[in-house]
Design a protein around this ligand. Structure first.
Ligand SMILES: [Zn+2]
Length: 215
């Protein structure tokens, strides 16, 4: 099984809730009727790489926001990061139980956030080079990655991301490429994973990341 529930503190992240197994059971019970949610979870579970899943609550000083971090993120953590990179070779999904997605004025079940963040894990596991490239643009990594891009479509994404940049830079004012790369990841995830789950559960859905929701 390659979905590993995190039961101990991880550096820089909020601590996991006490009853992680019972909490995950409760979350998935409410999304069990979604074929897509089940497919997402099964895809991660049978994959050779291990995805860490952190179920947490708000923390004033530590990272607690719903997000997915591909393995390159660990490098910033130094030695501890190397251990984490080994343990969670498929990255880390963070689900904050007190911060549900709101669509069309309605709070979504936390299972939608779970499906969304694990949807990112599926994106990463399916095309790791593409994901790491996009992520490096999102976080404005110092180092330009040199991945073996998988397809012409990926190369087009790459070109689109850098169309406005004369060269690789880490300038904090150079937001456009970062935002573009973020939306490339997010919109694909929303359209391929999250939207399908919402519709299968007869909940409001969004078509793009910044869509406020519709039904
Ligand atoms: Zn996302």
């Amino acid at each position: 099984m390659a979905l590993k529930l995190i039961t101990e503190r991880i550096p820089t992240f909020a601590p996991p809730v006490d009853n992680v197994y019972g909490t995950l059971t409760e979350i998935t019970r409410k999304t069990i009727l979604s074929k897509t949610a089940n497919r997402i979870i099964a895809f991660v579970q049978v994959h050779a790489k291990t995805v860490g899943l952190l179920l947490c609550e708000p923390s004033a000083v530590l990272s607690d926001q719903p997000n997915y971090y591909p393995p390159s993120q660990w490098k910033a953590l130094g030695e501890e990061g190397a251990v984490l990179a080994d343990r969670f070779s498929g990255g880390l999904a963070v689900v904050n139980l007190k911060n549900p997605l709101n669509l069309d004025g309605e709070s979504m079940p936390i299972g939608i956030t779970l499906a969304h963040e694990l949807g990112h894990a599926v994106q990463y596991l399916s095309k790791p080079d593409w994901y790491e490239l996009m992520w490096s643009v999102v976080v404005r990594s110092h180092q330009k990655p040199d991945p073996a891009l998988n397809s012409d479509a990926d190369k087009a994404d790459y070109d689109a991301c850098f169309a406005k940049k004369s060269k690789w830079s880490n300038s904090p004012t150079d937001n456009e490429a970062s935002e573009r790369a973020k939306l490339r990841i997010e919109n694909e995830n929303v359209q391929v994973h999250e939207r399908a789950v919402c519709k299968e559960l007869q909940l409001p859905w969004r078509d793009t990341y910044y869509d406020k929701g519709k039904r």
